[in-house]
Design a binder for this molecule. Sequence first.
Ligand SMILES: Cc1cc2nc3c(=O)[nH]c(=O)nc-3n(C[C@H](O)[C@H](O)[C@H](O)COP(=O)(O)OP(=O)(O)OC[C@H]3O[C@@H](n4cnc5c(N)ncnc54)[C@H](O)[C@@H]3O)c2cc1C
Ligand SMILES: NC(=O)C1=CN([C@@H]2O[C@H](COP(=O)(O)OP(=O)(O)OC[C@H]3O[C@@H](n4cnc5c(N)ncnc54)[C@H](O)[C@@H]3O)[C@@H](O)[C@H]2O)C=CC1
Length: 500
Amino acid sequence: MEEKEVKTFQFVVVGGGIAGVTCVEQLSSQTPCADVALITAGPHIKAVTNYRQMSRTLEEFDVEEQPSSILQEKFPNLSVIHSAVRSLDTKSHRVQTADGRYFGYNKLCICSGGRPKLLSQDNPHVLGIRDTDSAQEFQKRLSNARRIVVVGNGGIALELVYEVEGCDVIWAVKDKSIGNTFFDAGAAQFLIPSLEADKPAAAAPCKRLRYTTEEPTPEAAQTFTADRHSRGGSSASTESGSALGPDWHQGIILKGSEQVTRRVSVEYQCEVENIFTSKDHLTSSQGTHRHENESWPVYIQLTNGKTFGCDFIVSATGVVPNSEPFINGNTFAVAEDGGLCVDDHMLTSEPDVYAAGDVCTACWEHSPLWQQMRLWTQARQMGWYAGRCMAAHASTQPIELDFCFELFSHVTRFFNYKVVLLGKFNGQGLERDHELLVRCTKGHEYVKVILSRGRMVGAVLIGETDLEETFENLILNQMDLTPYGEDLLNPNIDIEDYFD
Ligand SMILES: Cc1cc2nc3c(=O)[nH]c(=O)nc-3n(C[C@H](O)[C@H](O)[C@H](O)COP(=O)(O)OP(=O)(O)OC[C@H]3O[C@@H](n4cnc5c(N)ncnc54)[C@H](O)[C@@H]3O)c2cc1C
Ligand SMILES: NC(=O)C1=CN([C@@H]2O[C@H](COP(=O)(O)OP(=O)(O)OC[C@H]3O[C@@H](n4cnc5c(N)ncnc54)[C@H](O)[C@@H]3O)[C@@H](O)[C@H]2O)C=CC1
């Protein structure tokens, strides 16, 4: 066999998203004499800017799309190669790119991210949102749309139903309440009025121990109409670009073809039964469709028996890790969700191959207060830690799991509220004996803490509560809070002073 020309680097990182870029930044600065290569499919890279540590584990930053020359100017030992990795041979320690070149490595980190897990791969009426191109396509299609159906109940769906205007939105969720990847039914109930036209009634604090909420029945649908003017000043392929950054929707106009109002109808506890094109729909003999005079490009039939015609469907149904080009021909341990399994040094099951960000699945024994979610905070933390591990292993130095994996923390915005999630914020994996304390003031704040055997193990803070640092400390120090009882959430007690 003809011997190919192979350029070998000490460190090769694949992927120009947050995980990959943070990893090469760490490697290039920690080992300035080593040759480092970043191989990425997209023309741009994602850089973390304005990084701010808000507390021990909470962090905020902006994400900027930049030309890769900025990175190369900063790190003379870094080469950026713009091509997609097509295959990996872990035995010979080399990768092949789409343009036919081979690159050797001593240590490799795979940070190829994920792509939308679409309801249908080849239906042109089903869109996913991941990178700049897909967001632009969505914007273009939306500008002519009168009605769209959003399927999914996580981050993207929550953002879209709030931001889209000038178009009817049917929101199909599998669950009993909205936003189930982030919230329980109580928080969902707090947020729902933000989709309505009327301002919430005068704020009145309420506090209850164990709480119950009325949930919609399986057949239930709720419609929320908001006049734009009444809103508070709110601001798929394996070679897709990097995932969008914070506030991605603020730079683009998410407006349909209709004027004036936003109208969101939520269809609870249903999944997608079938998707028909207009022609199929008209010739279909099934009698379950809701008959409408209008004709639509596509029809979606839900498991609750309803069928909706619409201009297009947004599949906001999660992420699939981009692991295929690396798996073929190798013996990687792959998790159930398709991610490359990594240990507590971000090492995969193949020698000298690390992985970080959305492409990997954290397979080490987690701290009782941490879980993986495919978020940019975790992509940054994993990329940074993987870079440190690679450098430490190259010089046979010991390294311990970073503190950021002790406690899950996430800060974001939904429906124009600040949202902070800490620890086991939804009681994930906890025994049934855990207790919830909730304080909510309609339209102002929602505070929930999860206590297990008197210790705080998680919290959801919606609104400007200013409680994140105190609660983070209480979770980290695992103090017995039984003596404080309900005073923990007493709005008349300044909790910061209380625990000084
Ligand atoms: C619309 C949207 C909104 C989001 N909002 C938030 C939010 O508010 N908060 C939050 O925390 N998270 C959010 N996320 C999630 C967050 O963006 C991701 O978890 C994070 O960016 C993942 O980073 P990554 O580097 O692992 O992957 P990616 O950003 O997907 O980067 C992967 C990189 O690898 C490259 N690549 C892929 N395959 C190959 C290959 N074979 N060869 C070479 N290069 C390859 C790609 O071109 C890309 O540069 C959002 C995601 C989306 C889609
Ligand atoms: N502010 C934030 O923190 C944001 C984070 N993100 C992240 O970006 C990534 C992509 O976002 P999403 O696609 O919203 O993923 P997600 O993982 O947040 O939510 C996926 C949702 O789709 C549902 N689902 C899955 N398969 C389904 C099916 N066949 N039918 C109906 N529903 C189905 C799930 O139950 C879940 O509610 C995620 O990692 C998410 O965490 C996205 C937007 C905002």
